[in-house]
Design a protein around this ligand. Structure first.
Ligand SMILES: [Zn+2]
Ligand SMILES: [Zn+2]
Length: 221
C-alpha cells in the first residue's frame, strides 16, 4: 500500500485518489472516446456517422468498434502485451473496447495464428481478447475454429496495401462455418483492414448476414 504506483505511460507517480490500474489522470486524456466512422472505425467529425470513403465503397462488415487508435500510447502498450507477454495490461484496454460496443454480438469469432507461432508466443491475442470480453458479457459464445490459417505469410507490416490484400487471400480459409447469421470478428489491430475484409467475405459467402469487427485499435490513415 505504501509503494507508489507508477503510470504505465508517462512513468510518473499516480495520485492515490485516481484509481485506474494502468495510467494516471493526465494520461487518461489519450483514451477519451473519439467520434469515428461507424463502418471503418477511422476518426471523423460527428460520431456514429459514415465517412465519405465508406459511403462510396462500404466494407463487407457492418460496424467496426475499437478502443483507440494504433498510435502512442496504445501502440507501445500493445507491443508490451504481444512481445513482452504482459497480459495484465490487456484488461483495462478490453474494458475500453467493451465501452465502445453499444450492444455486444452473441457470437465472437477469433482470428487464428499458425500453430507454431502461437506455441512460440504462448497465446493468441484474438482468443485472449474474446475470453476477456466474455467475462464482461457472459452470454457471448466464442468460436475459435471458424477459420484456419494456412501457411507462412510475410508480415503484413512489411507490405504495401495491394500486396497485403493478395497476401491475406492465401492465408485463411473457412474451417467450421458458423451456424448463425450475426457474428463479430475479434482482432487486436486493424491496419488496412485486409485481414478482416477477407474473413468477412468468407463469412458472407456461407450466408452470414451481419458481421461486426471488434479490435483493440485502429491504425489511422
Ligand atoms: Zn501518466
Ligand atoms: Zn469509414
Amino acid at each position: 500500500m505504501l509503494i507508489p504506483k507508477l503510470c504505465h505511460i508517462c512513468g510518473l507517480e499516480m495520485k492515490p485518489t485516481f484509481r485506474h490500474p494502468l495510467w494516471c489522470e493526465t494520461c487518461q486524456r489519450y483514451f477519451a472516446p473519439q467520434p469515428r466512422c461507424s463502418r471503418c472505425g477511422l476518426q471523423m467529425q460527428g460520431a456514429g456517422l459514415v465517412c465519405g470513403l465508406c459511403l462510396v465503397n462500404p466494407p463487407p462488415w457492418s460496424n467496426l468498434y475499437c478502443a483507440a487508435d494504433y498510435v502512442y500510447p496504445l501502440s507501445p502498450l500493445i507491443h508490451k502485451i504481444k512481445i513482452a507477454k504482459q497480459l495484465s495490461l490487456l484488461a483495462p484496454l478490453m474494458s475500453l473496447l467493451h465501452q465502445a460496443i453499444p450492444q455486444s454480438c452473441n457470437h465472437l469469432i477469433t482470428v487464428p495464428m499458425l500453430w507454431h507461432k502461437q506455441l512460440w508466443r504462448g497465446f493468441n491475442l484474438s482468443e485472449t481478447m474474446a475470453y476477456q470480453l466474455q467475462a464482461l458479457e457472459p452470454s457471448i459464445a466464442i468460436h475459435t475454429k471458424t477459420f484456419r490459417k494456412h501457411r507462412h505469410t510475410p508480415a503484413q507490416k512489411s507490405l504495401n496495401r495491394q500486396a497485403r490484400l493478395l497476401n491475406v487471400r492465401n492465408a485463411f480459409s473457412l474451417y467450421q462455418p458458423p451456424q448463425v447469421t450475426e457474428v463479430a470478428i475479434i482482432d487486436d489491430v486493424v491496419t488496412t483492414g485486409a485481414t478482416v475484409r477477407h474473413l468477412s467475405e468468407l463469412l458472407l459467402e456461407v450466408g452470414v448476414k451481419k458481421i461486426d469487427i471488434y479490435c483493440l485499435c485502429r491504425t489511422p490513415k
